[in-house]
Design a protein around this ligand. Structure first.
Ligand SMILES: [Fe+2]
Ligand SMILES: [Fe+2]
Length: 311
């Protein structure tokens, strides 16, 4: 049975049936009459909100949690499109696995674009010592090679296999433009480059296969700093304690006002790069998903689409 094409199924009034993946635990909310379930189906980097109004129908999802199901859906609309689930049951077969729903960025493509940006950054003054340190960090056994596998988010930008490496590469491209625009920063080209690699490294511990990990509550900034401590001596022997502490400050402060406030110029710069990269990616993705040509932005309200190339 083919995976349900959720982009089609979400069309208003359309009735569809097929395998779906629930990747995160759905929520129960209390409605006017009864409780209802709200959650998301996940398909290749996109999430599709669903609702289940009947306890008799959603009980099975409470019992079995995230996983593959067969769902019967109706495309619906209320403050944006969603799917009403009329029936849902466990997927009985074994042909489909979570991987079939994951999609993701091909490893070779990730490696090629990383090599490309490495060359460009080297041209703006990033040293071999920095690349050596980056390679050493990414090869640490604690990361289990997952820098190129984990997503960058569970619900938002780059929630696909390889999303973390992709997000990091896109930030490095922005950094390279900033180093060209502000030659004064070239003195800190190594620090900024290494910090961009490390800023979200803790996501490898916060997430597991695009879902929250067991210890998600100790967030990726905390876990990133913990990871950095493991290679403290390697960093200080190549640079100095200032470099190490500055990198820590970037991991701690890269969420700007939505976390510990930045305490260094490096942390503020990496925060701006992070926001620019993730918000642009999110806007484009939302626009590609928006059937009516309008998207709803949490701060700005409705935004009219701009012309884009269809994927
Ligand atoms: Fe982050
Ligand atoms: Fe980030």
């Amino acid at each position: 049975m083919d995976i349900l094409d959720l982009n089609q199924a979400i069309e208003k009034g359309r009735v569809s049936r097929g395998p779906v993946l629930i990747n995160n635990k759905p929520d129960l909310r209390s409605g006017k009459r009864d409780d209802y379930m709200t959650g998301e189906f996940y398909l290749r980097g996109q999430t599709f909100p669903f609702r289940i109004w009947d306890k008799g129908i959603y009980d099975i999802v409470i019992e079995y949690g995230p996983g593959i199901y067969i769902a019967e859906t109706v495309g619906s609309e209320f403050n944006g499109p969603y799917l009403t689930v009329r029936g849902i049951d466990l997927y009985p077969g074994s042909d489909l696995t979570r991987n079939d729903f994951m999609g993701g960025i091909p490893r070779q493509q990730l490696m090629d674009s990383l090599e490309d940006i490495k060359r460009r950054l080297t041209a703006t003054g990033v040293s071999d010592t920095c690349w050596e340190l980056v390679n050493l960090a990414l090869a640490q056994p604690a990361l289990e090679g997952r820098f190129f596998i984990e997503g960058a988010a569970v619900r938002h930008h780059d929630n696909v296999i390889g999303g973390l490496a992709h997000h990091t590469t896109k930030m490095l491209r922005i950094l390279s433009a900033l180093l060209e625009n502000n030659p004064e920063l070239q003195e800190s080209a190594d620090l900024l480059t290494f910090s961009v690699f490390m800023h979200d490294i803790g996501k490898i511990f916060e997430y597991r296969d695009l879902d929250l990990s067991e210890f998600w509550f100790s967030n990726h900034r905390v876990r990133g700093i913990e990871f950095l401590a493991e290679i403290r001596d390697e960093i200080i022997s190549r640079y100095d304690e200032v470099f190490y502490r500055q990198t820590q400050s970037v991991i701690a402060g890269h969420h700007g006002q939505y976390g510990d406030r930045p305490t260094t110029v490096a942390a503020a710069i990496v925060h701006y790069i992070d926001v620019l990269e993730s918000q642009t990616t999110e806007l484009v993705r939302e626009q590609l998903n928006a059937p009516g040509g309008k998207i709803r932005h949490p701060d700005f309200g409705f935004l009219q689409e701009i012309p884009t190339i269809e994927e």
